[in-house]
Design a protein around this ligand. Sequence first.
Ligand SMILES: Cc1cc2nc3c(=O)[nH]c(=O)nc-3n(C[C@H](O)[C@H](O)[C@H](O)COP(=O)(O)O)c2cc1C
Length: 193
Amino acid sequence: MKIAIVYHSVTGTTAQLAEAVAAGCRSVAAAEPQLLRIEGADIQQGRYKNSVMLEVIDQAEAVIFGSPTFMGSVSAQFKAFADATAGDYWVEQRWADKVVAGFTVGTGYCGDTLHCLHYLQILAAQHGMLWTGLDLAGAGDAKAPNRLGAQAGLIVRAVDGAIAAPDLETAFYLGQRVARIVSRLKPADITQY
Ligand SMILES: Cc1cc2nc3c(=O)[nH]c(=O)nc-3n(C[C@H](O)[C@H](O)[C@H](O)COP(=O)(O)O)c2cc1C
């Protein structure tokens, strides 16, 4: 059960969350998270060129997108990756029905980070994927999981480049939740389209 965790990170906070998401996936039997980092070197003349990574995603049963919030949306590098998923992947809706989730980190308390998550949701919708958020009621407890109260996905506030323990816990939970959902979905016995 392969789960592709596709993320971009400059200073490492999104990467920390991606690692925690992967650990959460691993806590579910048979789940194999694949950490796929978007590298600037894979972008040439503004275009994302790593076709191998796109193929790995193609083979995965679920995908978890992660990007830092830059100027209220995904980073330019993440957007270059997203643009590379147009063409056949989009035209043929090859990723339709894959379970998908997302996470972002910013230095604000919440605010425009939600827009970044919304972008990830729209990207997922364009591919016909099945978005899952967090089934964790954020009750405003600063020490509890989902302390920022976003259920569309994981939103984290980084302070001086560090991710606080409750946020790493929530990232772990998001990975576990995606793996749990995928393991519950059995291939449908479809005889006619
Ligand atoms: C160009 C730029 C734009 C940013 N815009 C936002 C923003 O709109 N909202 C926010 O909360 N944080 C913003 N930040 C802060 C980053 O999201 C934050 O430092 C994040 O932890 C970086 O992720 P990384 O460590 O994975 O690179 C911005 C940072 C940079 C460099």
